[in-house]
Each structure stands twice: as structure tokens, then as C-alpha cells.
Design a protein around this ligand. Structure first.
Ligand SMILES: Cc1cc2nc3c(=O)[nH]c(=O)nc-3n(C[C@H](O)[C@H](O)[C@H](O)COP(=O)(O)OP(=O)(O)OC[C@H]3O[C@@H](n4cnc5c(N)ncnc54)[C@H](O)[C@@H]3O)c2cc1C
Length: 61
């Protein structure tokens, strides 16, 4: 994970609105951080439940 840096704008959600807003603001020279929650993931689908968890973590995670 990147080191903590200062940002001008924090956008919550990278959907149609948040994604477009993030692009416009960053193109305009502002430092933008955009956080996206993504889908809910069942705990049994987490990579540590697989024997090949080290590989799974590199791929889909
Ligand atoms: C089935 C379907 C088909 C559609 N087809 C069309 C179409 O053909 N043409 C069209 O113009 N419109 C279409 N729409 C409408 C369009 O998808 C919405 O109008 C548009 O996506 C709304 O944008 P938004 O940024 O408000 O929300 P969203 O696009 O829903 O984005 C919100 C984002 O915020 C994230 N989020 C929410 N809470 C948090 C949180 N606490 N932390 C981090 N992230 C979070 C969500 O995961 C999501 O990615 C369709 C909608 C649906 C459901």
C-alpha cells in the first residue's frame, strides 16, 4: 500500500458520478483519492481459505 500522502479531495464511490468526478478533478491538477467498496464478498471466498492462497492473493486479490 502506498505511503500516506496529503490529498485535496476524497471521493467515496467510483461509480458513474464518483469516477467521472475523480477524473475531471485529477485532470484539473487536484490530488484525488477515490475509495470504492466493491461488491460484498463471502468470507469463505477470501484467499486464505484456499490451499494456494499465496497464488490467489497475487491474482484475484
Ligand atoms: C441495471 C441498470 C442498468 C442501467 N442502465 C443504464 C444505461 O443504460 N444508461 C444510463 O445512462 N444509466 C443506466 N443506469 C443508471 C446508472 O447506472 C446510474 O444512474 C448511475 O450509475 C448513478 O451513478 P452514481 O455515481 O450516483 O451511483 P453508482 O454508479 O451506483 O456509484 C456508486 C458507487 O459508490 C460505491 N459505494 C457506495 N457506498 C460506498 C462506501 N461507503 N464506500 C465506498 N464506496 C461506496 C458503490 O459500490 C458504487 O460503485 C442503469 C442502472 C441499473 C441498475
Amino acid at each position: 500500500m502506498a505511503a500516506h500522502t496529503e490529498t485535496d479531495v476524497l471521493v467515496i464511490g467510483a461509480g458513474a458520478g464518483g469516477g467521472a468526478m475523480s477524473k475531471r478533478l485529477s485532470d484539473g491538477g487536484l490530488k484525488v483519492v477515490c475509495l470504492e467498496q466493491g461488491d460484498w464478498i463471502h468470507p469463505m471466498s477470501h484467499p486464505h481459505t484456499y490451499d494456494g492462497w499465496e497464488i490467489e492473493r497475487q491474482r484475484s486479490w
